[in-house]
Design a protein. Sequence first.
Lengths: 288, 329
Amino acid sequence: MRAIYKRELDSYFHSMIGYVFIAFFLAFTGVYFMAYNLNYGYPIFSYVLSSLVFILLIAIPVLTMKSFSEDRKSRTDQLLLTAPVSLGQIVMGKYLAMVTVYLIPSLVFCLYPLVIKMQGNAYLLTDYCGILMFFLMGCVFISIGMFLSSLTESQIIAAISSFGVLLVLYLWDGILGFLPSSALLNLIILLVLLSLVSVLVWHITGNLVIAGVLELFFLAAGIIVYAVDSSLYENLLPDVLGKLDLTAPLTDVVAGSLLDTGSIILYLSVIGLFIFLTMQSIQKRRWS
Amino acid sequence: MIEVRNLVKYYGTHMAVDHLNFTIKKGQIYGFLGPNGAGKSTTMNIMTGYLGATQGQVFINGHDILSEPYKAKKDIGYLPEQPPLYMDMTVLEYLKFVAALKLIDKSIKSAQLDQVISLVRLGPVKNRLIKNLSKGYRQRVGLAGALIGFPEIIILDEPTVGLDPQQIIEIRQLIRGLAKDHTVILSSHILSEVREVCDHIMIIYQGKLVASDTPENLEQKMQGNETIELLVKGSPEQTGSVIRQLPSILSSQIEDSGEAGCTKALLTVKEQNDIREDIFWTFCKNELPLLRLANTRTTLEDIFLELTSSESSRNNDSTKEDPTDESNL
């Protein structure tokens, strides 16, 4: 794993991508820092970070686009997959290399609260928690970008699809606002989603009986629960999906100085999930 | 050493490898021979653990490539059809990376890198970026990568494609040299190459193993009757009458040679019946000078063409039969 990690990290700084990524990030941070903290005199640096999330949407796909698609295109994946290293080590090596590149601007961020402190009042704990959450959010985005890169041979497609997915996550709260709140509509949407799960099970296993039984179970359970207490369904989807809002934890820190351990666990689980999915997508290609 | 059992690989509905079975023994050079798209690269990719097989197993030194990938892959050095090179690295950086990837011990790493670099003659270019190298050098860098760690089994997929004749000879010599301590498997669609380098030939056609033997045995098996070609200074009638005096001739064919006053004759003789001396003396007695006397042996080309064409005609038959089978159902 160390060999892969080291090579990937080197490659980011052999090509311009690593430097451009860091410079791009720090330039925008500087602009926002000057505007909010120095010009308007607002003493919380985390406020800058919440504006930077949009820059993250553009910068992360640039960082992650080549991670697996380039290997596939130049056939260097043959070298990695026939070497005595496990797939998990390959994926982790690449992931940690990208996280390391992203860590560099995040460490530079740690200096800004000190600059504010030199000017007067500073909220160091809030700001460092904000930087931590911003860093973890970026790690989540990197894992998503890496997964999308493992699906394609084209770096362009990897970058654009990563940007699209990250944009949806960024606008998550607004999108959820369009979901209905009435119990019946929530039930219907839920049943449609569960039916899609049954179809997926059918597609994967090829077994119509299992998928059919599962579908019947979903329908029966959904309708019985609705008959017993329909109020359970009110606002069900907006509530559940709202828990998956990945930008909310940072907003909590910025707006309410609130650090929720639950959101750290959410971040770590999403990272774990996408690392797992990346491994699965590579495995799938070997077998199809 | 390597055991391949009942290997099947489907790409969608296309069957690329069709129930392959073979065993590879230590210390020999094996050649996979077959036309383009015969399933050579797919078989190699499965043997090295890059692809998964639809069915069947591969054992490397007794370790299943799927259930014990670490132990199995440790013994293999693989050069795929397109060398897996990182263009943004120098040759030395790349080889160091491969060595680290193969977990070569630090204490022997630099000595081994020097050894591989001198073996593949990469010394003059070792500090250049791979993207600036010519095709031949890139191929050598790939080969060097496969050799690092000196694994017991070295698998090379079309190692001489794109090289100039001088480089081809060098690579062949290198492969011959490696065979002293390693088992080498290479694939090629060039017959002369396989014949020259390999101790054992496996002909693969449409995913099936159609022949597997040493080059000499293959030629002997296919030989049947020998053909002798003569060029005689004399008229066709004279030549014909002399040929009739010869013993154990199965058939003869007299042709116009194109040279003035000369006749060409093709004689088919029973197997292992060397009558070249008799021919010489008989023509001598009849005072007809022999300008050429040569026995043409069955070549690997003939064998290859025969095996692959008979296979394809057999397949055509089976496709013809398919509709009737279905109608019976």
